[in-house]
Design a protein around this ligand. Structure first.
Ligand SMILES: [Cu+2]
Length: 150
């Protein structure tokens, strides 16, 4: 206890000598910006494509009454998070931080599946939602582009 009381004035002086710029640079390294993707009250990700910088995060929020998922399409992913397979329950959010540049292609496994070329395709009559024109819609998928943090 006596030792720490003696050290306190020294620590205050040391802290005062650290340039303000060094403190804010350290703080900004931990504070990443967040890009937002929502599921509106229908089976799609909005926006479909989002661009962020390395070190930023993407937050998916499900505003639909149904549960959805965020599943990595590993054939195309170069931005990390290979094997990602997360439930995105109704009314909830998930966050992924992207540490390096590349692309993160993803889909919802409840409302799309991958064809032989690893492209997300609509589930069709076995689970798709048919519109008035008889179409099963756009497969529920999206892409995150991560640019270098320069
Ligand atoms: Cu879905």
């Amino acid at each position: 206890m006596r030792t720490s009381r003696k050290l306190l004035p020294v620590l205050v002086v040391v802290a005062a000598l650290i340039p303000v710029g060094a403190i804010s640079a350290g703080a900004s390294r931990d504070h990443h910006r967040v890009g937002h993707v929502t599921v509106p009250d229908e089976d799609r990700f909005a926006p479909f494509a989002i661009t962020i910088r390395a070190g930023d995060a993407v937050k998916w929020t499900n505003n639909d009454s149904d549960d959805h998922t965020v599943v990595s399409d590993d054939a195309f992913n170069t931005a990390g998070h290979q094997g990602e397979n997360q439930l995105l329950p109704s009314g909830q959010s998930i966050v992924l931080v992207f540490r390096h540049p590349g692309t993160f292609v993803y889909y919802c496994r409840f409302h799309a599946h991958l064809d032989r070329s690893n492209q997300p395709v609509a589930p069709g009559p076995d689970g798709g939602i048919q519109d008035a024109n008889g179409n099963f819609g756009t497969p529920m998928s999206g892409v995150v582009t991560v640019l270098p943090n320069s």
